[in-house]
Design a protein around this ligand. Structure first.
Ligand SMILES: Cc1cc2nc3c(=O)[nH]c(=O)nc-3n(C[C@H](O)[C@H](O)[C@H](O)COP(=O)(O)OP(=O)(O)OC[C@H]3O[C@@H](n4cnc5c(N)ncnc54)[C@H](O)[C@@H]3O)c2cc1C
Length: 377
């Protein structure tokens, strides 16, 4: 069983042909704006990955999903980021559907049937702003809900069929509650503006999505139970669990692609090669441990989320160590001859930039370990 064989076997079993379709393109082509990767993912039926089987989806379990995502990240880092946003939105819809009125299930079946891609807009482009405190307000006007504001960066901005966006919805008593709006991309008032300036991860289409007087049917706005004290409800616990695990697995895959180059080159001492693999695989095993617990436990609680965050921050550290050592092991001629190694190293550092950042979570994690509820503020 060679390095990454397990992950590529899961990818091939669940989304046949995608790995080969991606491997046909040079890395630089997959990672640039207008990347063919998103279309290949859609073509392979990737939209259905987390939709339950009884709703015509593939119904991948958490362990299969993280392994698949590592394989995707090893082939195309931008696609791993972009599709994590899709899977996270689908997983959140599945969670909402369990308590909803039924329209979510219809939507999920449409996602499968029409191969629809879901973008997820939580950030608004300001450092230090919690993704759970959006500035976009949803107002009730007559029989509709009207949205104004913008989301940036928002991956899949050009390919999305639906946008799921966090908004603040004023209740009749004046209190504001976090809600998630589901906005069809072709709705009047939705537009996309350039935002992403870096060449790194530019294939993820992380641009700005502007919402100008966007009118929605109220059933497209799902209220959550997160209030100002930032204690998470079950929808957010489930959402963060999927998000942290899939993101970590995707970026571990990207670092794995660099380590795979060291293994293939075969010149580095065995001790160096073994150290690179054990470091990354240990981090992946932590991600898989939480995924297995999700598979085995029907009630997903804070304990699991603390585990997912622990695995994610450990993955960040493993990525930093292994990508530096792998570039050194590949040597100067590899660095001079191609920018692929440097690219994979810098793309895999992106895990640090997804919410919730380590700095923001240090106090809440320590408080949770002292027995307080976990707050993600
Ligand atoms: C490739 C990529 C794709 C993305 N796609 C999407 C997308 O599709 N949808 C989406 O919603 N978002 C997306 N994002 C954005 C992401 O969700 C973040 O919101 C954004 O990157 C946060 O920016 P920031 O690091 O400047 O801010 P912050 O997270 O605020 O952090 C900046 C720094 O300040 C520190 N810091 C901040 N607050 C505190 C605090 N209270 N205590 C201590 N330290 C603190 C952090 O630790 C960090 O070091 C994407 C990001 C990337 C990199």
């Amino acid at each position: 069983m060679a390095f990454l064989d397990t992950e590529r076997a899961v990818l091939e079993a669940l989304l046949p042909g995608l790995d080969a379709a991606l491997a046909r393109h040079p890395l630089a082509e997959l990672e640039q704006p207008g990347s063919p990767a998103v279309a290949a993912f859609r073509e392979a039926g990737g939209a259905a990955l987390l939709v339950p089987r009884q709703n015509t989806g593939i119904g991948a379990d958490p362990l299969q999903a993280v392994r698949l995502q590592r394989a995707v990240g090893a082939r195309c880092p931008s696609l791993a980021v972009a599709t994590t946003m899709h899977h996270f939105s689908v997983a959140s819809l599945v969670e909402t559907a369990k308590h909803g009125a039924g329209f979510e299930w219809m939507l999920l079946e449409a996602v499968v049937g029409k191969r629809m891609l879901l973008a997820s807009g939580f950030a608004e482009g300001h450092t230090g702003q919690s993704i759970l405190r959006p500035s976009i307000r949803a107002e009730r006007r007559g029989g509709e809900v009207v949205l104004n504001g913008s989301k940036k960066p928002c991956s899949l901005a050009h390919s999305m069929d639906l946008l799921t966006a966090s908004v603040l919805m004023a209740d009749d008593d004046g209190t504001e509650r976090l809600a998630v709006a589901i906005v069809p991309a072709e709705t009047e008032g939705v537009s996309v503006r350039p935002f992403w300036r870096s060449t790194v991860l530019a294939g993820a289409e992380s641009e700005e999505v502007v919402l100008a007087d966007v009118r929605l049917d109220p059933q497209m706005v799902v209220l959550t139970d997160v209030t100002a004290d930032a204690v998470l409800d079950s929808l957010h616990v489930a959402g963060f669990l999927w998000f942290e695990l899939l993101m970590s697995a995707g970026y571990l895959g990207t670092a794995s692609a660099l380590v795979e180059r060291v293994l293939r080159a075969g010149r580095a001492p065995a001790a160096v090669r073994a150290a690179l693999v054990t470091d990354l695989d240990a981090a992946m095993l932590a991600v898989e441990a939480v995924a297995r617990s999700m598979r085995e436990t029907p009630d997903w609680g804070e304990e699991l989320l603390v585990g997912a965050l622990t695995a994610r921050y450990a993955a960040q550290d493993a990525i930093a160590r292994t990508t530096a050592a792998a570039q050194e092991a590949l040597g100067g001629m590899a660095f001079i001859g191609s920018d692929e190694g440097a690219y994979l190293a810098s793309a895999s550092a992106g895990l640090a930039f997804h919410p919730p950042s380590r700095g923001r979570m240090a106090e809440p994690l320590c408080a949770a370990l002292d027995g307080e509820p976990l707050r993600v503020g």
